[in-house]
Design a protein around this ligand. Structure first.
Ligand code: 7RM
Length: 426
């Protein structure tokens, strides 16, 4: 185990197993020859963030993983080695950091920004300063960060020359159309294509995304599986749904970077991904999705997050998207909480944009009406709380499991993967 001396704090140590990085590198030769490995040589194990349950150690291997991260980094980002300056803002410990800061870009000779730190230190101009200084041309980030930028106000990016940007990317959750448009107009000069890339720790690399210059995009849709990837949207009985029907997203053919197992628990691996459509041999992704009337694919969020209100299946992301179309709202998180009459009731937590006044009941009534109008009266939230922050993982995913605990008045579950466990006090 190579240990990097980073904070100078006490670390547990096993002699004969653990080595200091700085001592090891110092002694090593300056020249190395690339070694061949079998394609199935293990590459890494990455634990999923655990937004819903006990983390799973996802196993990836070398050949297929490198093939697909390289192929997708080149094509989805239209990357030109030596010409582009590429920046993926992900945490390097998240799969997005592995695939799109380390393996994909390195295999494609990318010139890239590698940045660690929050987007508001020393101040909220940080990302725009970096883009201006290094002339970043490809900028890949998450919807949650875009909504944070929206909350801070467009005057901040507008104070900078962002003309080097020619392509924008989004990953991690559905990007609501409001954030998509803001991203394109304020950061992308109104013209940069946005690639909304759907994939998972388990898929290893991007699987569903528009291709810039090839696919016409729609704000909020991941559009279509990439060449080489086969996806279907199906119902409980494995029947493929036509346009308009909400169902489960499956990958119905293997793909190069697919996970090879869950570390130490191959039964759970089979059970989680391969038992739902065992007869068909399809991979169950755990996300709800639909094709719209034009055949564009919309990912609606985790199946565990789909709410059931009086027998109607409503996705959390749909309601969140309706809430953030209100001019006062920067970000929203929605969960289903047990309800005696309707099965589940919709409970929403919203953050206001900078400078917007919290008018209390008046605003809450307006927001409820907005959701009724945008979706339907059945989707009208039972409760809305205006809050200063939302509980998020390092990759920016909202921990709905914990918000459900709050909404149902339970003791909070495991908060160890939160960026800031103190958000609950606030
Ligand atoms: C890359 C990553 C995977 C889950 C996945 C989805 C959600 C990710 C999008 C998305 C809608 C997207 N890996 N998700 N990207 N939903 N549109 N473009 O996030 O293992 O941490 O999470 O993230 O629910 O299943 S992950």
């Amino acid at each position: 185990v190579l240990v990097v001396k980073r904070t100078d704090s006490e670390v547990s140590w096993t002699d004969g197993r653990d080595l200091w990085w700085h001592e090891t590198v110092e002694k090593a030769s300056k020249e190395h020859e690339a070694q061949p490995f079998p394609a199935e040589h293990p590459l890494f194990i990455l634990y999923t963030s655990g937004t819903t349950g006990k983390p799973k150690g996802i196993i990836h291997t070398s050949g297929g993983y490198l093939t697909q991260t390289s192929y997708t980094h080149h094509n989805v980002f239209d990357h030109k080695a030596g010409k582009d300056v590429y920046w993926c803002t992900a945490d390097i410990g998240w799969v997005t950091g592995h695939s799109y800061i380390v393996y994909g870009p390195l295999s494609n000779r990318a010139t890239q920004v590698v940045y660690e730190g929050t987007p508001n230190s020393p101040d909220e101009h940080r990302h725009w300063n970096v883009i201006e200084k290094y002339k970043v041309s490809i900028y890949y980030t998450s919807p949650t960060l875009v909504r944070t930028f929206m909350k801070w106000g467009k005057e901040i990016p507008e104070a900078h020359d962002l003309s080097s940007i020619r392509l924008l990317g989004s990953v991690g959750e559905p990007i609501n159309p409001e954030a998509w448009r803001w991203f394109r107009d304020v950061v992308g000069g109104g013209t940069a294509p946005i690639v909304d890339t759907w994939w998972q720790t388990e898929t290893g690399a991007i699987t569903i995304s528009p291709l810039p210059g090839v696919t016409s995009t729609k704000p909020g849709s991941a559009m279509t599986p990439l060449p080489g990837i086969c996806a279907k949207i199906v119902d409980d009985d494995a029947k493929p749904l036509g346009n308009g029907g909400n169902g489960y997203l499956v990958l119905d053919e293997p793909w190069p970077a697919m996970l090879r197992g869950i570390w130490g628990d191959m039964d759970r691996y089979k059970d989680t991904y391969w038992s739902r459509y065992a007869e068909e041999g399809w991979y169950f992704a755990g996300d709800g999705a639909k094709y719209d009337e034009d055949g564009a694919l919309w990912v609606l969020g985790r199946v565990d997050d789909v709410m059931n209100v009086s027998g109607h299946r409503i996705s959390t992301s749909e309601v969140e998207s309706a809430l953030v179309t209100h001019h006062s709202v920067a970000e929203a998180a929605v969960v289903g909480a047990a309800d005696d009459t309707t099965g589940q009731g919709i409970v929403a937590f919203v953050i206001l944009r900078a400078g917007e006044e919290n008018t209390g009941d008046a605003l809450i009534a307006e927001l409820k009406a907005q959701v009724s109008k945008e979706i339907s009266p059945i989707a009208r939230p039972r409760e809305i709380s205006i809050v200063p922050e939302l509980p998020k993982t390092r990759s920016g995913k909202i921990m709905r499991r914990l918000l459900r605990d709050v909404a149902e008045g339970r003791e909070l579950g495991d908060v160890s993967t939160l960026v800031d466990p103190k958000v609950f006090e606030a």
